[in-house]
Design a protein around this ligand. Structure first.
Ligand code: OSB
Ligand code: MG
Length: 370
């Protein structure tokens, strides 16, 4: 593929409002924009790690370190024939999936552009439009939460996901059901805030007709999730526990979940994300594309993977305006109709880059050449 240069730009982007989960609060987006250059084309991606190691073990800083010291030198030295080779090339390096993914996703975009095809087409996507939902953080009070739910339902979002934690679980869910009825598509994400000692409370979630409960138990567990799933009617969806297609296979084998949230960064890139998608499709297990509060470039990659056939549940990819006053792509991600985003048909990710805005927000950059 003739990759001769890589550019990293670390940028800090203001979020419209802070986003709180059971593990903490994010107040700004701290990302690395990765560009891989060949003779006449540029592939692009953004890192999804958080600034602190609270969702997984990675941070924006560790992603930069891994890219600079291990991943980029190797890619420039060895080169690849196809983007799927990137994952294999890095497989001897343990974990650091978000760092690997940031580079691999840029190579996929480059490959699509070199072949004049959309990223969706190159990945085997079949949808022209994807169904999307929205994720709502832990709010200060129930009234604020209900205002947000109302707002996003009016925009047509097809899934309302609310963050829960001990002390903010039954009450907010009950308030939403009381106000908006039993039919709105609702789910809860606990980000590992509970243990099996909370079984009685978790079983009470069965009374809310939720689409699923996401990652109720430990981030590194599948055994207790299997025990819980055996006693709960509500499907469990795993997020944090699944880092690879092998993790997915094992979780499904012991029935630790009935649904998988696929995040490209968490699993080390688009190649592995597609493998998990394919495995789940074979086994009739639905998947959806999770979010990491991505800026536009990350959203574009999510839209491409979510166009694959087994992404049958609306994902977390909302419009750019959900989190940002101004996004780093043109056009920004918007809903093509209520609750839908259209999949771009142009080559690569299908969006242009707002370099002027990126340049205003750079805190560090570095060019690597062969
Ligand atoms: O658990 O899905 C999660 C954001 C940051 C880290 C973890 C998660 C989330 C979200 C946000 O739920 C989803 C989005 O991008 O809108
Ligand atoms: Mg989650």
């Amino acid at each position: 593929m003739d990759i001769n240069q890589v550019l990293l730009q670390r940028i800090k982007m203001p979020l419209k409002s802070s986003f709180e989960t059971s593990f903490g609060k994010v107040t700004e987006k701290d990302i690395i924009v990765v560009r891989v250059f060949s003779e006449d084309k540029v592939g692009i991606a953004e890192s999804v790690a958080m600034p602190f190691p609270i969702y997984n073990e990675e941070t924006t800083g560790t992603v930069w370190y891994m890219l600079e010291h291990f991943l980029i030198p190797q890619l420039l030295e060895k080169g690849v024939k196809h983007p799927r080779d990137v994952f294999d090339m890095f497989s001897y390096i343990r974990r650091n999936n978000m760092a690997k993914a940031a580079l691999e996703m840029a190579v996929w975009d480059l490959y699509s552009k070199q072949n004049g095809l959309s990223l969706s087409a190159v990945l085997g996507g079949t949808r022209k439009e994807i169904e999307v939902g929205v994720s709502i953080g832990i709010e200060d009070n129930i009234d604020d939460l209900l205002i947000k739910v109302n707002h996003f339902l009016n925009e047509g979002y097809k899934k309302i996901k609310v963050k829960i934690k001990p002390g903010w679980d039954i009450e907010p869910l009950r308030a939403i059901r009381n106000k908006f009825g039993d039919d709105i598509p609702l789910m809860a994400d606990a980000n590992s805030a509970y243990t099996l000692n909370d079984k009685a409370l978790l079983k009470e979630l069965d009374t809310f007709n939720l689409m699923m409960v996401e990652q109720p138990l430990a981030h590194d567990d599948i055994i207790d999730h299997a025990k819980l799933q055996a006693e709960m009617k509500t499907p469990i969806c795993l997020d944090e526990s699944i880092h690879s297609v092998e993790d997915a296979r094992k979780a499904l084998e012991i029935e630790a979940c009935k649904i998988i949230n696929i995040k490209i960064g968490r699993v080390g890139g688009l190649t592995e994300a597609k493998k998990i998608h394919d495995l789940c499709e074979e086994r009739d297990v639905p998947v959806w594309c999770g979010g990491m509060l991505e800026a536009g470039i990350g959203r574009a990659h999510n839209i491409a993977i979510a166009s694959l056939s087994n992404f049958t549940i609306p994902g977390d990819t909302s419009s750019s305006s959900r989190y940002f006053n101004e996004d780093i792509i043109f056009p920004e991600v918007t809903l093509s109709k209520p609750g839908m985003i259209s999949v771009p048909e142009r080559p690569g990710i299908g969006f242009d880059i707002n370099n002027e805005l990126i340049n205003k927000m750079i805190v560090n950059d570095k060019t690597f050449t062969k």
